[in-house]
Write a protein that binds this ligand. Sequence first.
Ligand code: GDP
Length: 218
Amino acid sequence: SKLWQARFYKTVNHLRDLPKLDVPEVAFVGRSNAGKSSAINTLCNQKSLAFASKTPGRTQHINFFSIGGAHVGQHRHDPVRESEIDMFLVDLPGYGFAQVSGSAKEHWQKLLSDYLIHRQQLTGLVLVMDARHPFQPLDVQLLEWFAVTGKPVHCLLTKADKLNRSESTNALKQVDTILKSYVDEEGNPFPFTAQLFSSTKRIGIKEATDTILQLAGG
Ligand code: GDP
């Protein structure tokens, strides 16, 4: 798929460093350990693209992966031509672990919320949740924050391989019901969708890929 073109573009620690390009961004967010890195790697058909974001020092940053664009040089690590980039996949810092404290935590919470609420290029959000326990308090908080933008959210219910058929059907039904319960002041539902996903058993890859490309407007 087109997502296989993904390559590391940059790490951002301040809003002023966000890419200047005016191309759609689809961002991945989720609790630490939900399977976000695995999902990005699987969707991009690469072994360690998103694990790079897990190296110490990069975990609280926003990592950008470009889609599209030929290499300027002949090597894999050469930069791509910026004018040819079609979209970015954006790996947002995982949340829910207490390992960061104090000012570092405040810094990334602000970075995350500012990005989610104010970033014009952001066209859709992928909310990664473990299918066995979706909608933990921080997931709900994040969804409610983001709802004010009116932009679409697609929930990836990961590790679906850990559930049997009826369990996973039920999990998806419950999530759909919760998502439908979010309505605006006029009673209209928000553009929230969900699907089952597994990196290890390769469940839901086409659906996720198609949805992500759709979120980017293509
Ligand atoms: P992140 O912190 O959200 O980026 O999560 P990771 O992608 O690093 O995954 C956290 C743990 O869950 C790792 O031990 C993965 O091997 C495991 N994991 C991720 N995706 C799946 C999946 O689809 N199925 C199963 N069974 N385990 C998974």
